[in-house]
Ligand binder design. Structure first.
Ligand SMILES: [Zn+2]
Length: 295
């Protein structure tokens, strides 16, 4: 255990208990010998200082099942802010869990990656989200999000209204590969589409890996463009996972009222869904999907 005040792990002693008012749970307090401050075991939980603990797991499952924040507040009978607060908390927790998962899992030898596009506030401010997915198991390995300038017919309007917008695509791919470093084997197979941006990154970050590209195909209607039309798809794991992201996160769905206002929130939502997705694929009992702080 590490003291949350001074980050020292030595000289931590038990310091009595208390009964938590919101759910009558008996909690252990501790006292740090270095800074003399006290803290309790609840400090490290995902629900620290969230008093309506009984809604947490349901909120997590609903937020990852295509329910909007406002509608969820109505369903659970709580304030909108209560849900917004939890989205942030769940995102941070999921991000740490994903990090720990990469560190502790066995090495990956085959994965796919691509970029998912969304936007913040208006379509004039697009966002790219690079997501790496393990082949076959469909587990999400890493996520990186960045701003990109508007494309096509929106270029002039976007420049006129909102000024120049930085292109963070390279930075974003760099972060993705940096994160993946923790879980990739020395040799393996990486599959992507035929984007020209990827080969240089794969050469520098995945030396000894084979790169396989697949030509882009038309999307089929049911998967909203993410699932591809006609026959065997070599990038099925990736495209299927992307379709699940679009279905699970309300803000990513096509033709929705719910949009991202801040890129930071989208990042947290993506992490939250990614962790839910991995939990779902991992768990034997899907009736008990639970977000816990496990690192
Ligand atoms: Zn301390």
């Amino acid at each position: 255990m590490v003291c949350p005040h001074c980050k020292v792990s030595k000289k931590i002693a038990k310091h009595g208990t208390y009964i938590r008012a919101s759910d009558k749970k008996k909690c252990q307090r501790y006292r740090c010998g270095a800074c003399k401050k006290t803290f309790s075991e609840t400090h490290f939980g995902v629900d620290y200082r969230l008093r309506k603990r009984y809604i947490n797991q349901n909120a997590f499952r609903c937020l990852c099942s295509g329910v909007s924040q406002r509608r969820l507040a109505i369903i659970l009978g709580v304030r909108r802010a209560a849900i917004a607060r939890r989205l942030i908390r769940f995102g941070i927790c999921a991000q740490h869990n994903l990090e720990a998962y990469r560190r502790d899992r066995e090495k990956v030898t085959c994965f796919n990656f691509d970029e998912l596009e969304s936007f913040e506030h208006t379509k004039c401010k697009p966002i790219t989200a690079a997501i790496a997915v393990e082949d076959k198991t469909r587990k999400v390995l890493a996520i990186a999000v960045g701003r990109i300038p508007a494309k096509g017919s929106l270029v002039h309007l976007a420049r006129k209204k909102y000024g120049p917008r930085p292109c963070e695509r390279r930075k974003c791919l760099k972060k993705l590969f940096h994160d993946l470093n923790a879980c990739v084997a020395p040799q393996g197979l990486v599959k992507t589409d035929q984007s020209k941006a990827y080969p240089p990154f794969i050469r520098t970050h995945l030396q000894g890996w084979t790169h396989e590209t697949t030509p882009g195909r038309r999307g089929c209607i049911v998967g909203q463009g993410e699932l591809k039309e006609g026959g065997w798809d070599p990038l099925f794991s990736l495209n299927h996972t992307y379709a699940m992201f679009r279905d699970g996160l309300k803000r990513l769905a096509r033709r929705t009222w719910c949009t991202t206002k801040k890129i930071e929130q989208l990042t947290l939502a993506l992490y939250m869904y990614a962790w839910f997705h991995n939990l779902y694929l991992d768990s034997k009992n899907r009736r008990q999907l639970k977000l816990v702080w496990n690192h």
